[in-house]
Write a protein that binds this ligand. Sequence first.
Ligand code: SF4
Length: 295
Amino acid sequence: MNQTDSSCPNFQARLETASVLVHRAIDAVRQKRIQKRNLIWLELTGCSGNIISLLDGANPDFKSLASQMVNFIYDNSLMAAEGEAAMDQLFRLTGGDYILAVEGAVSTKNDGLYNIIGRRKDRPVTAYEAIKKFGEQASCVIAVGTCASDGGISAARPNPAECVGIQNLLKRKVIKLPGCPCHPDWFMGTLAYVMLFGEPELDDRQRPLMFYSTLIHDICPRRPYFDQGIFASKPGEKTCMFKLGCRGPVTRVDCPIRKWNERVNWPIGDDSPCIGCAMFGFPDKMEPFISYDTT
Ligand code: SF4
C-alpha cells in the first residue's frame, strides 16, 4: 500500500482534522456556545506568502473563516480601509480581546525602522512597535509561517535588518506554525482549536502536535526506495531523493498526507527534494537545498 494512501483510516482522520475543528467552531459560534473572536493579522518582514496561502484554503476555506468564525479586524492586504484609517482600525482594538496572527519576522535594527507597516498621527509605526504592543496584550499569539516562527528567510545570513522571530520579543507563549508558507489547514485548524478548547498540545518548539508530529521521511511514499537503497541521481527521477539532499529525514510536518494547492501535490510528489522549510534553522541550516553531480 502507498504509505499516504487515502484509504488508511489514520491518514484520512488526520487529513480531516482542520475541517472538523473549523466546522465545530462555526457550529459553536452559530449556537452561541462560544463567541466569534476578533482576529488581527499582521504582515511584518516577509513576502506576504502566508496570507496568500490562507486564501487558497479549501474545506475549510477562507470565506468560512472570515464570515462565520472570526471578526477579521485588520490585515493590510485584505481590508478595505487604507492609510491612517486602516491604522486607526488596528489601534482601536485594546484590552486583549483579540487573537493575533503574525506573518513575517521583526526587523530590530535601528529601533525597527527597516520595516514600517503604516503611519499614524504623522509618525511611522514599525513592525517592532506593533508586535510589542499587540503581542503582549492579545489573548493568544500565533506565528504563521517560518519567518514569524523563527526568523526564516527574513533572518537568513547576512540578515542586514537584524530580523528575529516574534517569540524573541515577547515574554509570553507563542504558538508556532512554521512552513514556507504555512498550510491553510495548519492555521485554520489551530485557530479553531484555540477558540474551542484553548492551547493545543505543542512540541518542544511550540508547534501543534496535531500537524507537526510526524517525520516526512516516515510517511513519504518514496520510503520503500530509501529502504531498498534505490536513490535518484538527479531531479526528475521517481525514486528516493536522499542523495540529492532531501530534508525529509529531519523535517516534522504532515505534507505527505495533506499536500498543497487543494491537496493536488507536494514537493516530493513533483520530484523536488524537501528543503525543510518547516524546520527550525531554515533556510541557513538546511542548505544546500539540492546537491548532485552535474559533470
Ligand atoms: S529521503 Fe526524502 S524522498 Fe527519500 S524517503 Fe525520505 S523523505 Fe522521501
